[in-house]
Design a protein around this ligand. Structure first.
Ligand code: SF4
Length: 422
């Protein structure tokens, strides 16, 4: 292995007295490095960051790209009364259908034409992977221009969560992330984001989530929670993200009528966009993917940190809480000997507590065990100790579930490629 190591961990940092050997043993500092691919670098020797999408054709406009008023206008352009837009919206947002045959309240001779005008095909299913006895389903989608994206549907007791993609590829160039390896292909449209939810609802209604328990029992079920943790950096596609969020939370016939608090928007720390989100009147749950509390490591782990530093990102997250009253989440992937040192747990707790109490929840996430790679999961004892340190400092902390990891559907692992089609 060629990883760079240094020894500035436990030897230089204070440690509490009675801690487990695995947690307190002096451990190396493994530095982030792309494995199996070459990270694009700029002239300054830093990983490149791509905030703007290349000039590409956008998908055709779909009903979910439009507000109800815009749908009504469009309906009038087709020579139909505006109220037809409401009927059509109910079919899409309540019955999850785009099939003109099922829209019996629309004039028979115009149904096909209306459906064609409002429902251009956006997602073509390439492949579906199931695990957890059918309670986790990963979808690989082809977009209209051939780009591939994924979403992951997960059934938990009392809720159904969908992890959605917001960009094809990603321009943030994180060395651990499969998604960013080919850069940003393009931003997804609002409708392409929303369609992932509507299709997931169709699948659930058909009994496609949860093994063979299909049938009528699933009719009333639908996606209850959305996490923007699939492909892409959602805040780099801000306008379409917010359009999609509106379609999710606005009540029918405007949208799906989901609860904003059940929608989690996560970011690696695009501070100006976090501040913009703070001003929106949609109190979504906000998650900051921090992964390191010190700039020295985070500059390497999350290249956008060279633009907005740890303290700026935490300040913006704290202001989100102050403005919205919504407790924010800090996501922290625990990577063996890279970011799982106890002094980092202490530093993270210190930085969070310095802003106040009760405003934040930390979610450490065990990385997949990858033997032989520098990107492998922390030892269980280290993870426990890391969590304990944060809890001891008064920070609510819980190890996050890593559902879907058997099918590479856990966050940071989504990298749709033609190889997946085999
Ligand atoms: S971790 Fe997130 S922000 Fe970083 S490259 Fe992957 S998808 Fe983009």
């Amino acid at each position: 292995m060629t990883e760079k190591t240094s020894r500035h961990d436990a030897a230089r940092r204070p440690r509490p007295a009675a801690r487990s050997a695995a947690a307190t043993a002096e451990r190396p500092q493994v530095m982030p490095k792309a494995e199996g691919w070459t990270q694009p670098m700029g002239p300054d020797g830093r990983p490149t960051l791509q905030f703007k999408q290349p000039r590409v054709t956008q998908p055709p406009t779909h009903l979910a790209d439009l507000t109800l008023a815009e749908r009504q206008e469009r309906m009038k352009e087709l020579g139909l009364p505006a109220f037809r837009a409401k009927q059509l919206s109910v079919h899409y947002f309540e019955h999850y259908t785009t099939d003109p045959e099922q829209m019996t309240d629309l004039p028979k001779d115009r149904r096909a034409e209306i459906a064609e005008a409002f429902f251009p095909p956006l997602l073509t299913e390439v492949r579906r992977f199931e695990t957890d006895k059918g309670d986790t389903v990963k979808f690989l989608w082809r977009l209209f221009d051939g780009a591939l994206v994924e979403s992951v549907l997960m059934r938990y007791p009392g809720r159904i969560t969908l992890c959605v993609s917001s960009q094809a590829g990603c321009g943030m160039n994180c060395p651990f992330c499969a998604t960013g390896q080919n850069g940003l292909t393009r931003n997804m449209s609002a409708a392409e984001i929303v369609e992932q939810v509507v299709v997931a609802n169709q699948v659930i209604a058909a009994g496609g989530l949860g093994g063979t328990r299909g049938g009528g029992a699933h009719d009333a079920e639908r996606v209850t929670n959305i996490v923007f943790m699939g492909m892409g950096e959602p805040l780099a596609n801000y306008k379409r993200l917010m359009q999609a969020v509106h379609r999710m939370v606005d009540p029918s016939p405007e949208g799906l009528g989901m609860s904003a608090r059940n929608i989690t928007v996560s970011t690696v720390g695009l501070v100006p966009a976090i501040r913009k989100l703070t001003q929106e009147a949609v109190p979504v749950t906000f998650a900051l993917s921090l992964h390191a509390p010190d700039d020295e490591l985070r500059d390497e782990l999350i290249p956008v940190n060279s633009r907005w530093k740890v303290d700026e990102a935490i300040d913006a997250a704290y202001d989100y809480f102050r403005q919205t009253g919504r407790r924010v989440s800090i996501e922290y992937a625990l990577i063996k000997d890279m970011n799982d040192h106890m002094w980092r747990a202490d530093l993270l707790a210190k930085k969070l507590n310095a802003r106040g109490r009760g405003w934040v929840h930390v979610n450490p996430i065990p990385l997949n065990p990858t033997p032989g790679s520098i990107w492998t999961s922390s030892e269980p004892a280290v993870m426990r100790e890391f969590v304990q340190r944060l809890q001891d400092a008064g920070i609510p902390t819980s190890l996050r579930d890593t559902r879907g990891k058997e099918i590479d559907g856990a966050c940071g692992q989504l990298a749709a490629g033609e190889g997946d089609e085999a």
